[in-house]
Design a protein around this ligand. Structure first.
Ligand code: BGC
Length: 454
């Protein structure tokens, strides 16, 4: 892409190494604050204790139910752990109607319990005792494996009467209302913890779980001595504990203002959780498409795009009015395109604006804009990950990853690795592995560890 004016226009999305270094330093500082009892309340990244202190050894066995709430879909799963690092999974996806997403907590949990009941009946497993792990992917203060108080909703969820409530209790009560006495809720966990557990099940060096999907967050294995708020008796028996960083909230106290753009500010203002999850809003699938839409609209208004298009007024109107029209999945499709035909990009422009003739130069420019937005997201994830890898400070650190952006964007992984190499301490080797159904397998593994302790 050769247009120097568009390059200049997109420059604010390009983070220099010194800006990234500053983000890296500030992130490390927030982690320390989150773990320290005197500064915890003021930290952006709360570093919540998960109460998961054992990684799987691969021998876990048994049948478990798992629930996965917090991404694009709600899922119910039946996981059979077979020992020898092996598992089979049967699952079903259930839509959550919009009115439930923004309804009452009771409606949401009744809906979950109904889907669970339908699933158990369809799988014909309702006769025997069924331990359940609940992957609930929102910020929670855990008070134990089975007790988890919702701090706040993210990612477009907004159910009333649920904040500061114990999500484990809400689920248990809803299951009891339906009379499924055979089901016991054994563990509540975040999707990052599920991802870490499921990857550790296959690779013993896994120490970090990362999600880059609808939302973004990471968890990692910390030494108990560094976790001030962990009960002393839990420090005596075990050396490690998984910490849910809740890094999406990094920047909420203003620490990222030096890299945020006006587009980020608009995306935030249009969200139901204004001023919250500011790091996440620069990275995750719920927001990347919107960032491109806003930048593309401004670039078109400033005559940097669609210069020769007969359709320019229509394009401007669509970009201005149709919030959400540019989907994050389009970024992935555009970056997957091959030169010089730009088949995906052309189709997307046709889908969006009904343009009949598409100019190749516009395709190149749009691709460049998508690259800038995705690369910034990957760079921000990379410095956070490097911060965790360096904290863990073991010779080989494996990161388990899940989430639609990481999985479907053709370059996200490569972008991340390049920047991580700049920030990871020389001598530490890191690798990134794709998680296979972390939320399901991971929930079963946490429940398995819990039932062993029981
Ligand atoms: C939530 C996290 C979750 C992440 C990825 C964020 O919005 O706060 O708890 O892990 O999304 O799903």
């Amino acid at each position: 892409m050769q247009d120097p004016r568009l390059k200049e226009f997109m420059k604010e999305f390009t983070l220099s190494d010194s800006q990234l270094k500053e983000v890296y330093n500030r992130f490390g500082n927030e982690i320390r604050k989150g773990l320290n009892k005197d500064t915890h309340a003021k930290a952006d990244t709360k570093c919540f204790i998960t109460y998961v202190q054992d990684l799987p050894n691969g021998d876990e066995r048994g049948k478990f139910l798992a629930l996965d709430l917090g991404g694009t879909n709600f899922r119910v799963l039946l996981v059979t752990l077979k020992g020898h690092h092996d598992a089979t999974i049967v699952s079903n996806t259930y839509p959550i109607p919009q009115e439930i997403l923004v309804g009452t907590g009771e409606q949401l949990f009744d809906h979950i319990a109904k889907c669970l009941d339908d699933f158990v009946k369809a799988q014909q497993v309702g006769e025997s005792y069924l331990p359940l792990g609940f992957t609930f992917s929102f910020p929670c203060v855990q008070l134990g494996l089975k007790k988890s108080m919702l701090v706040r909703w993210t990612k477009g969820f907004q159910c009333s009467n649920t904040e500061n409530e114990d999500v484990g209790r809400l689920l248990k009560e809803a299951i009891a209302r339906r009379g499924n006495t055979e089901i016991e809720v054994l563990a509540l966990l975040n999707d990052t913890t599920g991802t870490l557990m499921s990857c550790a099940h296959r690779n013993a060096n896994c120490r970090i779980g990362l999600i880059v999907g609808t939302g973004c967050n990471a968890c990692y294995v910390e030494n108990v001595d560094c976790v001030d708020l962990l009960e002393p008796e839990l420090k005596r028996t075990k050396k490690k504990v998984i910490i849910n960083v809740e890094w999406g909230a990094f920047g909420d106290s203003g620490l990222l203002e030096f890299v945020r753009t006006d587009y980020d500010r608009i995306v935030d203002k249009m969200s139901p959780n204004i001023g919250q999850q500011l790091y996440e809003k620069m990275i995750s699938g719920m927001y990347l498409g919107e960032l491109v839409r806003l930048a593309l609209h401004k670039a078109t208004k400033e005559n940097l795009m669609f210069l020769r298009s007969a359709n320019k007024n229509k394009i401007l109107e669509v970009l201005n009015k149709e919030v959400g029209c540019f989907k994050t999945e389009m970024l992935s499709r555009i970056e997957a395109d091959t030169f010089p035909d730009f088949t995906n990009t052309k189709n997307i422009l046709k889908e969006l604006f009904g343009s009949e003739k598409v100019n190749i130069e516009d395709c190149q420019k749009l691709r460049f804009m998508c690259e800038c937005v995705a690369q910034r997201a990957a760079n921000l994830v990379a410095v956070g990950l490097a911060g965790l890898v360096n904290r863990i400070n073991e010779p080989n650190v494996v990161i388990g990853v899940d989430g639609s952006v990481y999985k479907h964007h053709p370059k996200f992984d490569a972008y991340m690795r390049v920047t991580m190499r700049k920030f990871v301490t020389p001598g530490i080797k890191f690798d990134i592995m794709l998680s296979e159904d972390g939320s399901g397998r991971g929930a079963a593994l946490v429940a398995a560890v819990a039932s062993r302790q029981k």
